[in-house]
Design a protein around this ligand. Structure first.
Ligand code: ADP
Ligand code: ADP
Length: 223
């Protein structure tokens, strides 16, 4: 899918406490892109990610997916769209602590009233190197393993796009490298679009297109 924003802006607050969190962002994301967005804390990364994924609505400007304005969807249409087309990966993994790795991975399917897909689960577990961890609870796994489970969960619905919000933020450098290698493989071999948010320039370099955001102003880095 192609994602395009035009002059996309988000303003929080009014009067003196008014903050332009995102200032007229223009970005065209093609289906075959691996994009990184780098910026310091408070620069507008989360705001941009929330707007791009339809978790939040803009103050002005537009966003389209293959020409469709997803902000015009009803809440129900939008959550179905997100569930089916977008996979999310977070800094804190966000696994449910009482469920096994396998149950966590299947959760999006259950929420969408779909049947578990054993073959696809096996394929993902193999790709991510967690075959022998599927019956474990999150607290029995290392950080890197938890993130790999979370990546499998993000892929189980076969989304077109993965949004990754500081996916290595809680990992040591070895696990970070492993996770970045996996994301790179998922991009190149599974043909997913990836949008990665990070404050780490080393991590950002894995992407084929790099953007920086500073004080809400987004710009592409030409490399
Ligand atoms: P980052 O993810 O890069 O840390 P954010 O997008 O969270 O940046 O924040 C950008 C700016 O918008 C910051 O100044 C932040 O304090 C402000 N901000 C973010 N969310 C809200 C909100 N819900 N209400 C008010 N201000 C907000
Ligand atoms: P991140 O680590 O992703 O940058 P933040 O600490 O910036 O997260 O913000 C976490 C959440 O809190 C964001 O999703 C944002 O909506 C909200 N938030 C951030 N800054 C503010 C603020 N100044 N006022 C209210 N909510 C905020």
């Amino acid at each position: 899918m192609n994602i395009e924003t035009k002059e996309l802006s988000k303003i929080y607050g009014i009067g003196e406490s008014r903050i332009i969190a995102l200032n007229k962002a223009n970005i065209k994301i093609n289906g075959n892109d691996f994009i990184s967005i780098m910026g310091p804390s408070g620069s507008g990364k989360s705001t941009l990610l929330h707007l791009l994924s339809g978790l939040d609505k803009q103050t002005s400007g537009s966003l389209t997916y293959d020409g469709r304005d997803i902000y015009s969807f009803t809440d129900r249409q939008l959550s179905a769209f997100r569930r089916q087309k977008i996979g999310f990966i977070f800094q804190q993994f966000n696994l449910l602590p009482v469920l096994t790795a396998k149950e966590n991975i299947y959760m999006p399917l259950l929420l969408d009233k779909q049947k578990p897909d054993e073959d696809y689960l096996k394929q993902l577990a193999n790709l991510l190197g967690i075959d022998d961890r599927l019956t474990h609870l999150p607290h029995e796994l290392s950080g890197g393993q938890q993130q790999r489970v979370a990546i499998a969960r993000a892929l189980i619905m076969k989304p077109d796009i993965i949004f990754a919000d500081e996916p290595t933020g809680n990992l040591d450098s070895r696990s970070s490298n492993e996770v970045m290698n996996l994301l790179y493989n998922i991009w190149s071999s599974m043909k997913k679009t990836i949008v990665l948010i990070t404050h780490d320039s080393r991590i950002a370099k894995t992407a084929n297109r790099q953007f920086v955001i500073e004080d809400g102003i987004l710009s592409e880095v030409t490399v």
